[in-house]
Write a protein that binds this ligand. Sequence first.
Ligand code: NAD
Length: 272
Amino acid sequence: QENDDDGGTRPGASAPPGAGPLAGAGPLAGRRAIVTGGASGIGAACVRELAAQGAFVVVVDRDAEGAGVLAKEVDGEVWAVDLLETGELEDLALEADILVNNAGIQVLSPIEEFDPADFRRIHTLMLEVPFLLMRAVLPSMYRKKFGRIINVSSVHGLRASAFKAAYVSAKHGLEGLSKVAALEGGPHGVTSNCVNPGYVRTPLVENQVADQARVHGISEGEVLERIMLTESAVKRLVEPSEVASLVGWLASEQAGMVTGASYAMDGGWSAR
Ligand code: NAD
C-alpha cells in the first residue's frame, strides 16, 4: 500500500518481499502475495501453500485475530480490513506479484424474498472488491512485467443454482472480470484465471447446511447427501488444500501461458 500515509495498517510496510520462513527456498521465493479472506477455509489453505512455496504472504481479512494467528504461523503480514468498506480501497496502490481474490459470503433465499441489501453486499465483496484490488495491484505488476491474479470463483461461476441469486450472479461476473484482466494483462506478463471448486469442507459450507435444509424443505441430514454430494462423481467434499494446490500452480512461473481460463475442481460436477 504505497499511498497510505496515515500511519495505520500498511500492508507492505513491515517486511520485504521474500521475508517468509522459506524465503529463498521455494519456487515463489521473492514473490509477494495478497490473499483476501485469508483467515479461514480456502483462503487460509492458499496462504499456507503460497508461503510453503516461499512467497511472502499478506493475509487480508476482517477477522483480525484469525488472520494474525495465521500470519504469525507463515511469517507473513496481516491487513485487518472489512473489505465491504470499499472507500478504503478506491485510491489504493498495492505492491504484489500474486493476488488471490478469495473473500466471499453466501446468503440463500428465493429471489422474491432476497434482501436487496444482502444482494448488494455479496456483489460488493465478490465482484467490486476483486475489481478494486486488481486496479490497486496491476500498475506494480505491469512495472515488474510479472503478475498472477487468481480469482476464487465457484462451480456457480459457470452454472446456476436455485436460491443463490446474488452468489451465482456475482461469481458469473467475476468470471467475466477475470477474462478482461487476462486480455489486458497478457502483454504485461500478467495472467488472470479462475478456480471453480465444488463444495469445499470449510466454515462457509458448514454454515450453509441449515440454510440449504430450510430453502429446499429437507432435513439437515439429507443436505450433504442430496445437495452437496449428488453432483460430485467422487462423492466427497473438496479439501481446502486441494484448491490451494491449484492456486499455487497458477501462481507459478510455469503457468505463464495459462490465462483467461477457469479451472473446475468439483469432483466431476461440471462434467455432467
Ligand atoms: P470461509 O467462510 O471459510 O472464509 C471466508 C473468509 O473471508 C473468512 O475468513 C472471512 O472472515 C473473510 N471475509 C468475509 N467477509 C469479509 C469482508 N467483508 N472483509 C474481509 N474479509 C471477509 O469461506 P470459504 O468456504 O473458504 O470461501 C472462500 C471463497 O471460496 C469464497 O469466495 C467462496 O465463494 C469460494 N468457494 C467456496 C466453496 C465452498 O464450498 N466452501 C465452493 C466454491 C467457492
